[in-house]
Design a protein around this ligand. Structure first.
Ligand code: SF4
Length: 613
């Protein structure tokens, strides 16, 4: 099975603490780099090529989902996209509504492709139909990203299409093999409508009650070969990370790109919208070997993968990886579990993640190993300005106090790692609206003469339970667990409910914090790791512009952001590596991430500059 969902009753690890192949590869390439990105949550610059890779994969999978027996070449790209999903974003097993492909009648025979060339032409038209909307939505996502870098004009849609067609030609070889094998060993059961537990996405429900609607008689037809050889992949309409294969003990997970299995052999394919040159190609080999281990473990150690391939769509080349033996997989599993204990079960400190990068590996187009380049990993690292491996050092600020110019008394500087943005309190429901409607309720609570608005940012807690009680009425006593108190621009207290918080019924004698007990303003100091900004146009047609920075101290890191006009001129003067103080900020949070909010009463001051050339 290509998917093995987490079992909530046995899952003591949780979705955010599992190890993944990208984490393992990051740690092995440099423990400090892993620490910065996974513990301190530094975000690397988001260049368009990262989004192009996702668009190409999406376009390819949307084309694979479709059938030339149901859609003409020029059909709308969203003809079969309305897949029913469950609350976790997985295609629904219980929906009784018709699935998109079931609403479509088979096309007349004269409109069906009659040769491999016809099939290829149809599929290219489908790729073209999906490419433009996929690139448009990726561009919008890139534009919204506060860490966006580079220029979207560097994206060449023709090259994207070329990569998709390269992938199509690789897939058509499977279709041809399936034709030559007369449909392979599963032809009969496919015709009878028998499907695996996780069928290849084709916009039909999981199990069919009758013969497959596209089944024919006699030797396998071209249409049948297209349907039967379709690999499993994540339905592009499913929720993000909803269809992982999770280790039975929940400490590792992965998401396969393509799994071919029509011929009774299991081949896992990883799609790369790249040429395959450079160090990263070494990571992909390790990633696929880990996937082979994951498949073996999630099949009770009774079924092994038969093939591992990387499809370099930019180089139009397939790289075959040797499958690991059972001994190698057993060793890999125990090493990875040990690594999980070291990295995710407990969080290592900065000192435990030294700046010791591994040597850069050499690969040429198609992921072919070659002589290593004459460079060190730190030369191209995004964190070289603050890391001792580059121009930085570990001499990081750690709270204290400081007297800023123009002020009469010193201010205390909080250590970032000890900022606690959450409180738990018991209050009485003062108003409640929207409980009967399918949206988040609007609730205000009171404690004596003090009032606060509850802002539900999510529908459910990370443990899967609802973020609010099913029944709620004025006068009920509620406990607001781990909510984030902030003060909005009108001066009202807001209690934010994110995946780490919730509202439950309480009795009036429960002890909890006072509504006014939280500290509203803080001062922090840290090294500037990077700046970010985003702009947009509000619903009222007015342009908005926000700016921020990532600060690192000896105990943690945090993003501090605010409206562009609220940052003083020192924001523009501060550079990466400088030490700054940001005074009089509010704090906010999302899950484990703590953020600072700058307002017009906040102040930024550079306390130490790095020497620049
Ligand atoms: S600069 Fe070098 S040592 Fe530091 S995180 Fe990057 S690769 Fe690792």
């Amino acid at each position: 099975m290509p998917v093995r969902l987490a079992q909530p009753s046995d899952d003591s690890v949780g979705p955010y603490n599992r190890l993944s192949s990208s984490q393992v590869n990051a740690y092995r390439s440099c423990p400090r780099l892993w620490f910065y990105e996974k513990v301190r949550r530094f975000k690397m610059p988001q260049i368009p090529v990262l989004y192009v890779g996702r668009a190409v994969e999406e376009v390819f999978c949307r084309m694979l989902m479709e059938s030339p027996a149901l859609l003409v070449a020029k059909a709308s790209p969203d003809t079969i996209s309305a897949i029913p999903l469950d609350e976790k974003g997985v295609p629904s097993r219980t929906s009784v509504d018709p699935w998109p492909a079931e609403r479509l009648l088979s096309l007349p025979v004269n409109l069906l492709p009659s040769s491999m060339e016809d099939l290829r032409s149809w599929a290219i038209e489908r790729l073209k139909a999906h490419l433009q909307p996929a690139l448009k939505s990726m561009k919008e996502e890139w534009q919204k990203n506060e860490r966006k870098a580079g220029d979207w004009d560097s994206v060449n849609p023709d090259y994207c299409l070329e990569m998709c067609i390269n992938g199509l030609d690789m897939h058509l070889k499977e279709v041809q093999r399936c034709l030559d094998a007369n449909g392979g060993p599963m032809l009969k059961q496919w015709r009878q409508g028998k499907r695996p537990e996780w069928p290849a996405p084709d916009a039909r429900r999981y199990s069919l009650s009758n013969n497959h609607p596209l089944a024919q008689e006699g030797g396998v037809s071209l249409i049948e070969a297209w349907e039967i050889s379709r690999p499993w992949f994540v339905d592009p309409n499913a929720g993000k990370f909803a269809m992982n294969a999770v280790h039975p003990e929940h400490w590792f997970q992965g998401e396969y790109d393509l799994v071919y299995r029509w011929d009774g052999r299991i081949t896992i394919v990883d799609l790369k919208a790249s040429i395959g040159r450079g160090d990263r190609s070494g990571n992909y080999v390790e990633q696929l070997r880990m996937y082979a281990m994951l498949w073996w473990v999630t099949h009770g150690k009774k079924e092994e993968v038969d093939g591992l391939e990387i499809w370099y769509l930019g180089a139009n080349a397939i790289k075959t990886i040797q499958c690991p033996s059972t001994q190698e997989m057993a060793k890999m599993e125990s090493e990875l579990e040990e690594l999980w204990q070291q990295l995710r079960h407990t969080t290592p400190s900065l000192d435990e993640c030294p700046p010791t990068p591994s040597p850069v590996r050499g690969f040429k187009a198609g992921g072919i190993p070659t002589e290593a380049p004459d460079e060190v990993r730190c030369d191209r690292c995004d964190w070289a300005e603050v890391c001792p491996g580059g121009k930085g050092d570990d001499d990081l600020p750690e709270g204290g106090d400081i007297q800023l110019p123009g002020t009469s008394s010193p201010i205390d500087l909080a250590k970032i790692g000890v900022l606690d943005p959450r409180i738990t309190l018991v209050a009485e429901v003062f108003t409640v609206m929207g409980m009967k409607e399918a949206r988040r309720p609007q609730v205000t609570v009171s404690q004596g003469s003090k009032f606060a608005k509850v802002v539900f940012l999510v529908d459910s807690h990370e443990d899967g339970t609802s973020s609010w009680p099913t029944e709620l009425a004025k006068g009920d006593m509620v406990r607001l667990d781990n909510v984030i108190p902030t003060v909005n621009w009108k001066g009202e207290i807001e209690l934010k409910v994110d995946p780490h918080a919730c509202m439950v019924h309480a009795s009036s004698d429960e002890e909890a914090s006072d509504l006014m007990e939280f500290r509203a303003r803080w001062n922090v100091t840290g090294k500037l790791v990077y700046k970010f900004e985003k702009r947009g146009v509000g619903r009222n047609g007015k342009e908005w512009h926000r700016k921020g920075l990532m600060l690192l101290d000896a105990t943690g890191a945090m993003k501090v952001e605010g409206w562009a006009n609220d940052w003083g001129p020192q924001y523009d003067l501060a550079g990466v590596g400088d030490t700054v103080v940001v005074a009089n900020i509010g704090i906010d949070a999302w899950a484990v991430e703590v953020r600072g909010n700058v307002t017009r009463n906040s102040k930024i001051h550079i306390t130490k500059r790095v020497e620049r050339d």
